[in-house]
Design a protein around this ligand. Structure first.
Ligand code: F6P
Length: 366
């Protein structure tokens, strides 16, 4: 039975792809926990630090000094090495998976830890839920540039990624216009079109393609040609990595590796080739890639990260465990973690952002 009055030592880990704001969460969680007289440990590289205890670090006020504005994570992260499906390479190079979760549970108790603050996206929080079922008290903190976690209005990292993508789209306008080209920008977001939609609209894209709206390439080309006829000899297409034509699957980068998510990519180049072939316009495509995960977090992400970290400690102190902190303006609330990972949050087709895009004449490929 979890007794909040007996908490002495907690640990923090960061899992999955990094997102701007991770260090703000680590700092706030650490300082708020120290304030209550608890000891804090950082588990390095996702769960690896609980498989190899040399990969744990003590977090004191000095360790988290001056990190709020830094991208990345001082703890390191990993999007492979799920302890429930831990990849093992055989001598012949083949990779299989073994369940090492009991080692994690044993080491958690061996270290005298009372609770774990898991900062992660859907993949890492699903792993966290499995550890809850093995008796580890957990608070989840929603992180991802993709903004695809249900239960929270926003994840931290998203705002910075959208700003980076918007800045790139702004810069592409002048070169697209100078060369009278169609420029296609492929952005991240996995199965959700949040980054593409928000950055595309903010960056005045002419065409935005998202996974939620399978597109018709003829309609995409028709928009380019309408602009051409109106004397606008360039177009900007923002394409989510998960966007796909109706009747065609999402494009993936290579086969799925054991114990990790499949990687999406290639749709920007596909769209560029199709537009060139069908309209005769010169096209270029760029993939923004990991630039969207880099750099200093925006003010919004710093503040959200700090609020999430402090809220995680408040939850523990109030004995609220196995929850995820979530933004529900104007407050940060806690919702059951299993509820948060139940479904993915994609862009609702009737949301006002999509209505805004349509009202401004932005083509969505349907
Ligand atoms: O989930 C965050 C994310 O950046 C996705 O948008 C993207 O599909 C994926 O991670 C890329 O993963 P990796 O860092 O393994 O290339």
């Amino acid at each position: 039975m979890f007794d909040a009055t007996k908490i002495k030592r907690i640990a923090i880990n960061t899992g999955g792809g990094d997102a701007p704001g991770l260090n703000a969460v680590i700092r706030a969680t650490t300082l708020a926990a120290l304030e209550r007289g608890w000891e804090v440990y950082g588990i390095r590289h996702g769960y690896r630090g609980l498989l190899d205890l040399d990969d744990m670090m003590r977090l004191d006020a000095k360790a988290v000094r001056g990190i709020t504005h830094l991208g990345g994570t001082i703890l390191g992260t990993a999007n492979k090495g799920n302890p429930f499906e831990f990849p093992v390479k055989a001598a012949d190079g083949t990779v299989s998976v073994v369940d090492r979760s009991d080692e994690v549970v044993a080491n958690f108790h061996k270290c005298g830890l009372d609770a774990l603050v898991c900062i992660g996206g859907d993949g890492s929080l699903r792993i966290a839920q499995k550890f809850i079922e093995k008796g580890i008290p957990i608070i989840g903190v929603p992180k991802t540039i993709d903004n695809d976690l249900a239960g929270t209005v926003m994840t931290f990292g998203f705002d910075t990624a959208v700003a980076t993508a918007t800045d790139a789209i702004d810069k592409l306008h002048s070169t697209a216009e100078a060369h009278e080209r169609v420029m296609i920008v492929e952005v991240m977001g996995r199965y959700a079109g949040w980054i593409a939609m928000n950055a595309g609209l903010s960056g005045s894209a002419d065409i935005i393609l998202i996974p939620e709206i399978p597109f018709d390439i003829d309609k995409v080309c028709a928009k380019v040609q309408r602009r051409e006829a109106a004397g606008r000899h360039f177009s900007i297409v923002v394409c989510a990595e998960g966007a796909h034509p109706a009747g065609m699957d999402m494009l993936v980068r290579g086969p799925k590796e054991a114990g990790r998510e499949v990687l999406l990519g290639g749709i920007g180049e596909y769209v560029a080739k199709e537009i060139a072939a069908r309209t005769g316009k010169e096209t270029r495509s760029i993939v923004l890639g990991h630039l969207q995960r880099g750099g200093s977090p925006s003010t919004f992400d710093r503040l959200l990260g700090l609020r999430f970290g402090a809220a995680a400690v408040r939850c523990l102190a109030e004995g609220k465990i196995n929850v995820m902190v979530a933004l529900d303006p104007p407050t940060v609330k806690a919702i059951p973690l299993n509820q948060a990972i139940e479904r993915m949050k994609t862009v609702p087709l009737d949301c006002d952002t999509i209505q805004t895009a349509r009202a401004l004449g932005v083509a969505l490929g349907d």
